[in-house]
Design a binder for this molecule. Structure first.
Ligand code: B12
Ligand code: SF4
Ligand code: SF4
Length: 332
């Protein structure tokens, strides 16, 4: 049986919107201690799925029996900054285009199909795979102190997709050298102190977690730090010198799409389930429930001094927690 990779993988990857790909031998995650320590400290908060399937996460051979290689594919979302006028909401750059979970997964499945029936499985974000580890192990990127994978040519605004295969591919060369030498801008710029040490994120303090994954109230200590943020956070990437002028352009799939690229807070607060589902269809923004979008938009309205919006929202019948938040924001 031929167990080599098809020769046209470079062309196939480029044709499907990936600017780079690489390979690592399938095996135990060498720095699994960082992941286990993250869990032991409770930095994952309510993301219970991160603590499930730890065995699969630290060895992809348990995920795909007979796996020999992990192939890693990178897709850039480095589009120009999108203006956020007063009264509008800040949506993180990764979520301004089409939902990468869907579009990348589809493209990776096409590539996996080229590797042969039953020989490869594709993962993007949601599988039990430590994707950043594999991006580094495959020589494609280095770790930045903000926790993100970085490359000198592309900065950090790229997604990572993985194919675990029973075929063998010679491992790629070593990752780029330390891209952070002498710099700590991201650590100093994080508005909530979530980067508790270089490379270490306490997700429970991170605005990305608080605005997207966290379902309860957002503690008052984090509210001012949100500014106009309603979905995700880019601060520790915006300040990174490697993101100033990346040579790699954003993939067409990630092109910002109005109105979700920077929606009006007034519109967001008027969305009901049906309008939200229609507007967020095909976007990563759909990951957050509408009540979290409203919670975040109320805080952003308060940060922008827009009491009228909060008052109008408070007059409408709704969820008791959101009514309490609106009252609290109006009283402060
Ligand atoms: C859970 C999760 C989150 C959580 C927790 C993030 C975290 N740092 O763990 C929250 C909701 C906060 C989040 C936020 C974001 N996320 Co996220 N997230 C994930 C997810 C699903 C799992 C991450 C995980 O397992 N964390 C546990 C920690 C311990 O693992 P890790 O950070 O991957 O680190 C491993 C290695 O890299 C290594 N390591 C880490 N640092 C260092 C340093 C050195 C020196 C060494 C040797 C090793 C090392 O140790 C770990 C174990 O091997 C991944 C997808 C996936 N399946 O991997 C996406 C992923 C990491 N997220 C991504 C993105 C884009 C984001 C945001 C930018 C979105 C946004 N704008 O709001 C922010 C960035 C916040 C930040 N500063 O990290 C991308 C990152 C792409 C990249 N270029 O790095 C991923 C890979 C999704 C994807 N498929 O593209 N995310
Ligand atoms: S995404 Fe925002 S809150 Fe999270 S670590 Fe980066 S700057 Fe801090
Ligand atoms: S801001 Fe500086 S320290 Fe942080 S990831 Fe970028 S280069 Fe590294």
């Amino acid at each position: 049986m031929d167990t080599s990779l098809p020769a046209d993988l470079d062309a196939l990857a480029a044709r499907h919107g990936f600017f780079a790909w690489g390979a690592a031998d399938a095996g135990e995650v060498a720095d699994r201690g960082r992941y286990l320590d993250f869990l032991a400290r409770g930095y994952h908060g309510a993301m219970a799925y991160l603590a499930r399937n730890t065995g699969l996460r630290i060895d992809p051979r348990r995920l795909v029996p007979g796996a020999r290689s992990v192939l890693v594919f990178l897709r850039s979302y480095a589009w120009a900054a999108w203006p956020v006028p007063r009264g509008h909401a800040q949506v993180a750059a990764y979520a301004r285009g089409r939902d990468y979970h869907v579009s990348m997964k589809n493209d990776l499945r096409v590539i996996a199909a080229h590797l042969g029936e039953g020989r490869a499985r594709a993962f993007v974000d949601t599988g039990p795979v430590l994707e950043r580890y594999w991006a580094r192990a495959s020589g494609l990127a280095a770790a930045g102190k903000n926790g993100l994978c970085l490359r000198p040519d592309a900065g950090s605004r790229f997604f990572i997709g993985v194919i675990v295969t029973t075929l063998h591919c010679p491992p790629s060369e070593a990752a780029p050298r330390d891209p952070c030498a002498g710099c700590d801008l991201c650590l100093r710029s994080c508005p909530t102190g979530a980067l508790v040490a270089p490379y270490v994120l306490d997700a429970t303090r991170c605005l990305s977690y608080l605005t997207i994954e966290h379902r309860g109230a957002i503690a008052p200590e984090f509210r001012a730090a949100m500014g106009a943020v309603v979905f995700g956070c880019d601060r520790c990437q915006d300040v990174c010198p490697h993101n100033r002028a990346p040579a790699v352009a954003g993939c067409i799939d990630a092109r910002p799409r109005p109105p979700l690229a920077a929606p009006r807070l007034a519109d967001m607060l008027s969305w009901d389930e049906a309008s939200f589902n229609a507007i967020a269809a095909g976007s990563a923004v759909a990951r957050a429930p509408l009540r979290c979008i409203h919670r975040n938009a109320l805080i952003a309205a308060a940060n922008g001094g827009n009491r009228t919006l909060i008052e109008a929202y408070a007059r409408r019948p709704q969820d008791a927690d959101l009514a309490a938040l609106a009252a609290e924001l109006l009283a402060s």
